[in-house]
Design a protein around this ligand. Structure first.
Ligand SMILES: [Zn+2]
Length: 428
């Protein structure tokens, strides 16, 4: 099995020669507007990947996330899993990319679904997060096959749905069916946009909850006859502002989270609503609101106890219930994922870090993502620890207008991915 310099150079050259093909594939993927929500065109995108890999001898399966939130005949949650076996048994390396993208939103200077190429970059919604990464991984595995460098083991590529909305219909669904467990798979690389020179070993935890305060309606000119739910929520916000946010800022982590600002515990107020609806043209009527709802997004650290994360909020709410006249509340958990972090010296971490150093001529940086991604399902449901994110996109551009991926970065990341496979295949 040649891992020597000659084979490596041939592999790198092969990938370099396929630069235009890599750009074309990225553009083709961007042109399929797999917007989530609602989950448009998933089947078209899954089939583009499936057809391409079937032509290279992969066994291709389409697995629909039946029963997942949002799955319907109009918006089927179509995942694709492609696998090719080497002539001898050995480890399996799996590349997993999510095919869904967030809505384009405002502020674009180019068509978000045209795949515009300019200044050495491909622009479009999903270019960075993460169709550029999917394209790079496909070119990487094709180059390995072209060079006859799959003597043992297996390679898998999957295109999965709904990562942006929790991944339940995608990697979560496949993991439950055993697609992300041993003995089928040994190493997983997720080409999320964490920058071409960094290995992402995990993510912080997340806890989303909805708080509802209750009151009693009355005429707005006599608020003392009612009980204002919005003022109660104001009291909750005040406690979050004055007590919780400073306390969270003091909780620092040993996780190498990027950007630096996320190397602590955080809370975001995702949404707040109280009183009459605003989506009408007329004047409002004078009412004391009897309900106010707020959604909070709490991101926490591997050093924190998940129970404590909830208890901090409950303590504030219970204290208000005891001490604030007329205060009533309800707390509902919306979503929860534990923090995860792969060992710094796990095989996939070492292989990708070494490949980065070879390709880019500089040491790799280990990072942790501020937000979660599909690694949580691989680790928790699939019980597979040897999983990282590595891809060409620039983290800060994800979900932004004029999102792009650098073409040089895609080529380099494809070389890193291919070299990583070679060393993982030879590691046992
Ligand atoms: Zn992503």
């Amino acid at each position: 099995m040649p891992t020597d310099a000659v084979a490596r150079e041939a592999l790198f050259r092969r990938i370099g020669e396929r630069r235009e093909e890599l750009v074309a594939l990225t553009r083709d993927l961007i042109r399929i507007p797999t917007v989530n929500p609602p989950g448009d065109a998933y089947t078209d995108c899954a089939e583009l990947i499936g057809r391409r890999l079937a032509a290279r001898g992969f066994q291709v399966e389409y697995v629909r996330g039946v029963g997942a939130a949002g799955d319907s005949d109009r918006y089927p949650r179509t995942n694709v899993v492609a696998r090719i076996e080497g002539p001898r048994p050995g480890p399996c390396v799996h590349f997993n990319g999510h095919i869904d993208v967030v809505p384009a939103g405002e502020g674009w200077t180019v068509d978000p679904f045209a795949g515009v190429v300019k200044d050495g970059r491909v622009y479009g919604r999903g270019a960075c997060d993460m169709k550029g990464g999917i394209a790079a991984s496909i070119i990487a595995v094709e180059a390995l096959l072209d060079e006859g460098l799959l003597p043992a083991g297996a390679l898998e590529v999957s295109g999965t749905v709904d990562e942006e909305s929790g991944g339940y219909g995608g990697v979560g669904h496949l993991a439950k069916l055993g697609y992300f467990s041993r003995p089928r798979v040994d190493h997983v690389i997720i080409p999320e946009p964490l920058n071409v020179d960094r290995v992402c070993i995990g993510h912080r935890g997340v806890w989303w909850a909805e708080i509802e305060t209750r009151g009693r309606v009355a005429h707005g000119s006599m608020p003392f006859l009612g009980n204002c739910a919005v003022r109660h929520m104001g009291a909750v916000l005040h406690r979050i502002e004055e007590e919780l946010i400073p306390r969270l800022a003091a909780k620092r982590t040993a996780m190498p989270v990027v950007p630096e600002g996320a190397r602590q515990s955080t809370i975001n107020i995702n949404a707040i609503h109280g009183g009459q609806r605003e989506d009408h043209d007329g004047l409002p009527s004078p009412m004391v609101p009897d309900r106010c709802r707020m959604v909070i997004d709490r991101r926490y650290l591997i050093e924190e106890d998940p129970g404590e994360v909830r208890a901090e909020i409950v303590a504030i709410l219970e204290d208000l219930r005891r001490n604030r006249a007329g205060f009533e509340y309800e707390l509902r958990e919306v979503l929860a994922f534990l923090p995860t972090m792969t060992d710094a010296d796990a095989p996939v971490v070492r292989a990708v870090a070494a490949a980065i150093e070879t390709v880019l001529g500089q040491p790799a940086t280990q990072v942790v993502s501020p937000g979660t991604y599909d690694q949580k399902h691989v680790v928790r449901v699939g019980q597979l620890k040897d999983c990282i994110a590595y891809g060409p996109g620039i983290l800060d551009l994800a979900h932004q207008p004029d999102e792009y991926v650098g073409i040089d970065d895609m080529v380099h990341s494809a070389q890193v991915m291919a070299l990583s496979v070679l060393s993982l295949m030879n590691s046992r």
